[in-house]
Write a protein that binds this ligand. Sequence first.
Ligand code: DLL
Length: 436
Amino acid sequence: MPYRDKTAETMPREALRRLQSERLVAQVARCYERVECFRKRMDEKGLTPADIRGVEDLNKLPFSYKKDLRDYYPYGLFAEPLEKVVRVHASSGTTGKRIVVGYTENDISMWAECFARMLTAIGVTEKDVVQVSYGYGLFTGGFGAHAGAEAIGATVIPMSSGNTALQIQTMIDFGATVLCCTPSYAMYLAEEIERAGLKDQLKLKAGVFGAEPWSETMRARIEEGLGIKAYDIYGLSEVLGPGVACECEAQAGMHVWEDHFIPEIIDPDTGEVLPEGATGELVFTSLTKEAFPVIRYRTRDICSLNYEPCACGRTHVRMRKPSGRSDDMLIIRGVNVFPSQIEEVLLKVCGQDVTPNYQIVVDRVNNNDTFDVNVEMSESFFTDDIRSIDRLERLLVERLRSTLGIGAKVHLVNPKSIVRSEGKAKRVIDNRQGKI
Ligand code: DLL
């Protein structure tokens, strides 16, 4: 069982680089032969597979983009015939066609291994009961977590998302020790558990949360609310699904499984590779994926890589929490704003006075951007004393202005008035499209 044996995860970096080089050369040759879009881009650059001799040549290769998946919808980028593809997943995206990705049998076991490595790294074993509350279906979350947990011999509860009361009942009755879901859903579950006074009936010890950005303050809230350690997991459908990168027990960045994926950080405007430690757009090349391999795929996620050794002994590079996607970044009155910056301010400034439920509403009136932030008060803060609400609103306006550099209108709204999400939370409502 490879995920129990940490050889791949602790491989010396020179050996890792040699392995990557070997795999890259083979993957480039395969894609050139089998994937028309990649071949065309290589030809345009006057490159042949023979020009790629190892990772040192990676930055010569052309980028690939989300748009390619739409242009070649549904199967045009697959490097294997459909008879070798045992599963497809799809991601909805906000505009246009869905994107479709495929997996061979080997891809599915590699995926299970990547997720299983994380579970093992955080101390989950066959004795654990893992409740998977990510959605099952075209979304990769449910099936990815399921396969990883089964691979280490844990007992899986395939709950999928939704039906919060039943989730809690099941968690208690079946003795779940590990919870896998989005951080916003974990927060909602914590809230409902507290409301029902059921916390002391939980056996949970750890949570594996990802699929959306979440702040350290949110982590602390979830850990406290559920009485667990909350770990971050990253992934995207185009590259694999959950498990491309995962935290270990050190909770200090997510190890990218570099024997399967090469990460790079580039300047999103110029495409240039940035020096170690710099923040920029994350790009991935998949070394071992068979059905749907990507070469230098532009994720649009903004983060940085940390090559320093990790306390856990794993040698694979760690990525910092993505602060958001460059396409989630709002430009309000000419200023760049990430929803995660707003979350950090809200939770830091207000402590327990607000819940991590907020919504950002942007609109355009008379050629001017309006910027409103609705924040839900906690039950305990909710009071008829209008003066303390006023005071907190003013404080938030001031802190948001000093962090973001622009003014927002802040509205403290009643507890439970912002719709909860069972999957990825929708934080932004941007009504500006088509308005001048
Ligand atoms: O969200 C896969 C996944 C499922 C990851 C469950 C983790 C857990 P997509 O739906 O294709 O796949 O969305 C991928 O979500 O490009 C990031 O912008 C964002 N994302 C995923 N994990 C994290 C994370 C799944 N831990 C997109 N922190 C990615 C911040 C994340 N953003």
